[in-house]
Design a protein around this ligand. Structure first.
Ligand code: C5P
Length: 244
């Protein structure tokens, strides 16, 4: 684990992918505080509003606000400042917004008393080489991920959201410093749902990922708390083996 990032060592981020605030809060209330971090995405944020971030924080959880901003630099800076003031632990933007947008986001947060970590989405996992080519990006997914990660890190961002496979390459290229956040995590025996390139929590950690985003294997489990604890056990065991 990279040192000095924060004091809480929970590497699991549970994606609260619910359409309604009540459903999200029911899970939040059932979870032991501090056992994981929570991710709030566009659907839930638009339905529940900023107050949910405060409610999760008050319940003892760090919040990754996954709103993936992408707009002109001035607008993204204002949006980052606004969500930074909510007390989110991590927020993100699209690296493809370009250097000026990325620097504006970073500078907007620098003025806050407790700025969140700022990460960049490189290439959405819904893209493949043909769909990238349709929007004018030739050369394939991996090359574009590396190009955008290089841009985001050189603009001073804290890290990137990427698949575990990309994480291994990026860790090799950029070393220990960048924060790497990875979705598509599936414990043994759980369904892949609509994720096409899943990895287990242990494998993701071995590939150099810092934070694992996991949604349906926990949120749709019969007993979400038990499912979370089972993943947490695997994370702890792997962490000990890898001496993270
Ligand atoms: O349910 P599941 O574990 O597949 O949820 C993964 C979460 O990570 C969802 O909130 C999804 O939107 C998000 N995500 C992803 N792939 C990306 C970026 C975010 O699955 N490339």
């Amino acid at each position: 684990m990279n040192a000095g990032r924060d004091n809480d060592d929970s590497r699991l981020i549970v994606a609260l992918d619910y359409p309604r605030q009540e459903d999200a809060l029911a899970l939040v209330r059932a979870l032991p505080p501090g056992c994981c971090r929570l991710k709030i995405g566009k659907e839930l944020f638009c339905a529940a509003g900023p107050e949910l971030v405060t409610q999760c924080r008050d319940a003892g959880f760090d919040v990754f606000l996954d709103l993936k901003f992408h707009d002109i630099p001035n607008t993204v800076a204002g949006a980052c400042r606004a969500v930074g003031r909510l007390g989110a632990w991590m927020i993100n933007v699209h690296a493809s917004g370009g250097r000026h947008m990325l620097e504006a986001a970073r500078e907007a947060l620098a003025g806050l008393p407790a700025p969140p970590l700022l990460t960049a989405v490189t290439v959405l996992t819904s893209h493949d080489a043909p769909s990238l080519a349709e929007v004018g990006v030739t050369g394939g997914v991996e090359q574009q991920v590396e190009r955008l990660a290089t841009l985001a890190l050189s603009a001073g961002l804290d890290g990137v959201v990427c698949s575990a496979r990309e994480a291994a390459r990026l860790r090799g290229r950029f070393g220990r410093q960048p924060v790497l956040v990875t979705p598509g995590i599936r414990p043994a025996g759980s369904s892949d749902d609509d994720q096409s390139r899943t990895v287990s929590p242990g494998a993701a950690l071995a590939m150099g990922v810092d934070y694992l985003v996991i949604g349906r294997p926990i949120t749709r489990a019969k007993d979400p708390v038990a499912a979370l604890m089972a993943v947490q056990d695997e994370v702890n065991r792997t962490g000990e083996n890898l001496r993270l």
